[in-house]
Design a protein around this ligand. Structure first.
Ligand code: URA
Length: 431
């Protein structure tokens, strides 16, 4: 086959701050997927994009080329409208677990094709796999069947969706080119558009525990993704949400399932409930369901029924006790005062070091490992009171987890009650 471009020319163009033509983008993504563009060449191009950016037309074409690298799913045969949610990832972010069955309880199909965690943010599949018997892998036929009957599915994304992104994301991970708005936006949206959902709600996190530490960058990412979704015919809206501290009071796989079930039973931490409700309202509105009382569905057990059916449809036992770690260690407050800050990254890294996350793709995770949070910013604590409980099967991990938590919680003896309390987990809405 005669190649229509040369990788070196494409790299040089971006290095020299030129706009890549649609033809050059189509070729480079396709040739990279075919193995004609080598990893070192794509690394150089990713770094050139990282440094010099891409304009809206380039990002849109780049996204389309990644979609075209694989198969597209189609949910039009379903009897229900579809809505999907994607979070850019945060510490204690278990929202998909209560959200998918909650939205499904209103007759909307929720195909949550999810991933496993890497680094300090946990993966939804790792959390669901803490449930005894639950299986992440489903055939497309089975997935459609569950969507048509139960309405919600959380499963592993097949390798056929946007394979160019799969390759490129792994490469970016090892070349320090992840935190780049055009590359993140095209990576996320190529997968979501290829999935074929009719409506998409994005949860774009900002703060020290998120990819986008600065609110202004998170806003730009949200805007870019919403525009990309609309350009591709997907009804897309984004919520900008706070990730300066962990979400809820648990971080870790089984621990987060437990908290999600509390939310489905009408309880749970207020920030988790608030975000679940806000995202559910957006998903339902985007799918054309008007005036849905989502809080009532949490209170009256409809969302819980839908959760139990969803778990059982994938081989899980929703009534089975969840795994617990073999060892625990408490971290106590060293002084009296108001807890004014809790750093999401410190808690996320501690949970990861306890065994809840993985350092390399394919590593096993511990279902019971993680961090339980006993006090949140704004609350008054007394010396000796429990701030955290660490959970792990491998007690030699405690030391490094404790190191990560050092300085992760700030107690101010002179602060007034409520200092540092989160105003609202939802910062803004971008459509
Ligand atoms: N998640 C993705 O899928 N891609 C990125 O680039 C970053 C986060």
């Amino acid at each position: 086959m005669v190649e229509s471009f040369d990788a070196v020319d494409v790299i040089r163009m971006k290095r020299d701050r030129q706009t890549l033509s649609p033809e050059a983008i189509n070729w480079v993504i396709d040739a990279y997927t075919r193995g004609v563009v080598a990893d070192e060449q794509m690394s150089a191009l990713a770094m050139a994009i990282f440094l010099n950016g891409m304009d809206r037309t380039e990002i849109s074409r780049w996204t389309q080329a990644m979609i075209d690298s694989g198969e597209r799913m189609n949910f039009q045969a379903l009897s229900r409208p579809t809505a999907d949610k994607h979070s850019t990832g945060g510490v204690g972010d278990k929202i998909t677990l209560p959200l998918a069955p909650l939205v499904a309880s209103f007759g909307v199909a929720v195909p949550q094709l999810s991933g496993r965690g890497l680094g300090h943010t946990g993966g939804t599949l790792d959390k669901m796999e803490a449930i005894p018997g639950w299986q992440a892998d489903l055939s497309n036929e089975r997935m459609m069947e569950i969507l048509d009957t139960v309405g919600a599915v959380i499963c592993a994304a097949g390798s056929g969706l946007a394979p160019a992104d799969k390759k490129l994301y792994a490469l970016r991970d090892t070349t320090s080119t992840v935190e780049c708005i055009p590359l993140i936006a095209s990576s996320i949206m190529s997968k979501k558009i290829a999935e074929g959902t009719g409506a998409l709600v994005l949860d774009v996190k900002t703060g020290p525990g998120a990819f986008m530490k600065l609110e202004q960058d998170a806003r730009e990412l949200a805007r870019t993704m919403v525009d990309l979704g609309k350009d591709h015919g997907v009804n897309t809206v984004a919520l900008l949400t706070d990730m300066s501290r962990p979400l809820g009071r648990t971080v870790g796989n089984a621990l987060e399932v437990r908290e999600s079930v509390e939310v489905l039973a009408g309880g749970g931490p207020s920030d988790v409930v608030r975000l679940t409700v806000a995202l559910a309202q957006e998903m339902l509105a985007a799918a054309g369901v008007k005036d849905a009382d989502v809080e009532a569905a949490l209170r009256d057990g409809r969302a819980m029924d839908s959760w139990k059916k969803m778990v059982a449809a994938q081989g899980g036992d929703p009534e089975a006790p969840l795994p617990v770690a073999k060892h625990t260690q408490d971290v106590l407050a060293e002084t009296d005062g108001v807890l004014t800050e809790m750093d999401a990254m410190s808690v996320g890294v501690a949970s990861w070091r306890l065994g809840a996350g993985r350092a390399r793709q394919g590593d096993p995770v511990q279902a019971g490992a993680g961090v339980e949070i006993h006090a949140v910013p704004g609350e008054r604590v007394t010396r000796g009171q429990k701030l955290f409980t660490l959970h792990t099967d491998t007690p030699e991990r405690f030391e490094r987890a404790l190191e990560s938590l050092t300085g992760g919680a700030t107690i101010d003896p002179d602060a007034a009650d409520g200092t540092g309390a989160r105003e609202d987990v939802v910062i803004d809405r971008i459509d």
